[in-house]
Design a protein around this ligand. Structure first.
Ligand SMILES: Cc1cc2nc3c(=O)[nH]c(=O)nc-3n(C[C@H](O)[C@H](O)[C@H](O)COP(=O)(O)OP(=O)(O)OC[C@H]3O[C@@H](n4cnc5c(N)ncnc54)[C@H](O)[C@@H]3O)c2cc1C
Length: 500
């Protein structure tokens, strides 16, 4: 067994968006930086690379969007109402979906640094596009932005990842792949580096500061069952197989304060045919987020979730938990021809668990394990409880609801009565975990006494206190970028400060 050692000012563990931003920011501040990444080079990029690339940032109007995407032509302007997303709206959405648990300091950093961090990402070479997919499509063909995530990264998660890897290469920041950080090195005055394993070799890294950006524990079935609860070991993993909770273990071993919603996570509706753990070759083809266009039934033949509670970006991240709680962790999204016409392309992929028939009876006959009589009764009852006196309007939360059902559909309710009918079998896909460690406003990890641990920083999914129960779409990448940059700046600044 060999032993190799390296030395840098700042060591960053993890090369997802948080780690790459931390490394670039620390380098910008004059530090010598090294990144250590557990994955081999061809699987690099963490959850970030699997992501859709949607980002939620404050913007005042089209000028702020143009600062990111470049000039928007007259035809595009004419058919689009880009609206705005104020800091108050961002706080409001974060507060509402987290049941007002989000920590004001954490939320404040995320919201108030979102716009400038997007511009900074642009200077690092990330390219953006207006995000049309998530917006209201008006009946006259115009698009009205629904607030929040107004842009996506060109090339999605792969795009943002490869732009930032290229930026690191341009700046000469070394990245050690296939190297797993295993523990922190401690000195009398705080953290002095990390220990790692590369193949059979032990590698040690000495540094003035360490940024942990290793993601959450979403890929670790044992930790999921332990912290999220029974059956979470059965959830499919939507992203990287490398996010096993290593960074959290190391931080807690160093005395970090556990913080945030340790029994909570982002989990959405995911195709039943998806593998246990996702692969880069599949990307997001198993995403099944168009439940607004139909209804969702469990094996008892019952609805269990208000499909129209709010816009998709504010509800999809909690649907996975609701599905996991159903018998056999399965559900079926049911659409008639009108609903099917609104489904995104990934529903049509070869791997999709898709069923189709000209009658509801024939459709239900194909669904293994569902109570068919009850399912038919549920659909019939749903159809007759739609408030037809409220006009359907896909351009806003239209209030077209059901009346008299134990589980209502609060908006966009339409009877399922136009053949052919389609069903998609779905299960719970976990995206990332919410539990993390407490950091201060410079990204330093705080210990259980409330004191910052000298030389130790955290970023990205490892930061606790932001998301509880649910999350507003696009805030994962945004928080990875904001807290990544913050921790990189903090780590570089800490090099000059005396440790006490
Ligand atoms: C399918 C999918 C779609 C998504 N879509 C969106 C979206 O459109 N918008 C949005 O805002 N968010 C989205 N997200 C969430 C978003 O991807 C994450 O919140 C964000 O990328 C987290 O960044 P991160 O850097 O903290 O973690 P990651 O990008 O996961 O990076 C963590 C890195 O740490 C490495 N690592 C782990 N352990 C070690 C160790 N011991 N030593 C060294 N390295 C280690 C991992 O290999 C990984 O590369 C999506 C996620 C998924 C899975």
């Amino acid at each position: 067994m060999s032993h190799v050692s390296f030395e840098a000012d700042v060591i960053v563990a993890g090369a997802g968006l948080a780690g790459l931003c931390a490394a670039l920011a620390a380098h910008e501040a004059g530090a010598r930086v090294m990144i250590i990444e557990r994955a081999p080079v061809d699987e690099r990029g963490g959850n970030t690379r699997f992501s859709n690339g949607a980002m939620r940032a404050v913007y005042d109007g089209i000028e702020d969007i143009e600062a990111l995407v470049g000039e928007i032509g007259p035809a595009e302007r004419a058919r689009t109402d880009f609206g705005a997303y104020t800091r108050e709206q961002y706080f409001d959405d974060l507060g509402r979906v987290t049941e007002y648990r989000t920590h004001p300091d954490m939320a404040g950093l995320l919201v108030d640094r979102s716009r400038e961090t997007m511009r900074w990402l642009r200077t690092q070479g990330v390219r953006f596009l207006p995000l049309y997919e998530w917006q209201f499509k008006l009946p006259d063909g115009r698009i009205k932005f629904s607030g929040g995530s107004a842009v996506e990264c060109l090339g999605g998660g792969d795009g943002i990842s490869s732009s930032l890897f290229a930026a690191c290469e341009r700046k000469g920041i070394p990245i050690h792949y296939d190297t797993r950080v295993t523990s922190l090195r401690h000195g009398s005055e705080g953290i002095t580096g990390v220990n790692a394993r590369r193949g059979r070799a032990d590698v040690s890294y000495r540094a003035g500061a360490v940024v942990l950006a290793c993601g959450g524990f979403e890929a670790n079935a044992e930790m999921r069952a332990r912290y999220l609860g029974p059956s979470w070991d059965l959830a499919r993993v939507r992203g990287s197989r490398f996010n096993m909770g290593d960074g959290l273990h190391m931080a807690l071993d160093a005395g970090a304060m556990p913080y945030g919603h340790w029994s909570g996570c982002h989990a959405s509706s995911w195709d039943f045919n998806a593998p246990e753990v996702n692969e880069l070759a599949f990307g997001t083809v198993f995403k099944r987020d168009d439940y607004l266009a139909g209804i969702v039934l469990n094996a008892l033949g019952e609805r269990f979730f208000d499909e129209g509670a709010d816009i998709r970006a504010l509800t999809y991240a909690k649907l996975g938990r609701a599905i996991l709680a159903q018998p056999s962790q399965i559900a079926w999204q049911i659409f008639d021809a009108n609903g099917s016409a609104q489904l995104h392309g990934e529903y049509r992929v070869r791997q999709s668990a898709r069923f189709r028939a000209d009658t509801l009876e024939d459709l239900l006959a194909q669904l293994d394990g569902i109570d068919r009589n009850k399912a038919l009764e549920t659909i019939t009852r749903f159809n007759s409880s739609v408030c037809t006196d409220v006009p359907h309007d896909p351009g806003r939360k239209d209030g077209r609801c059901t009346r008299g059902l134990a589980v209502p559909k609060s908006n966009w309710a339409l009877a399922l009565d136009v053949p052919p009918f389609e069903a998609y079998a779905v299960t719970c896909g976990i995206t990332f975990t919410f539990g993390g460690v407490r950091i201060d406003t410079t990204g330093r990890i705080v210990d259980t006494d409330g004191t910052a641990i000298p030389g130790l920083f955290a970023a990205g999914e490892m930061v606790g206190g932001l998301f509880y129960f649910n999350y507003p779409g696009g805030a994962g990448l945004m928080s990875a970028a904001v807290f990544g940059r913050l921790s990189g700046q903090g780590a570089a600044a800490s090099l000059a400060a005396p440790r006490s």
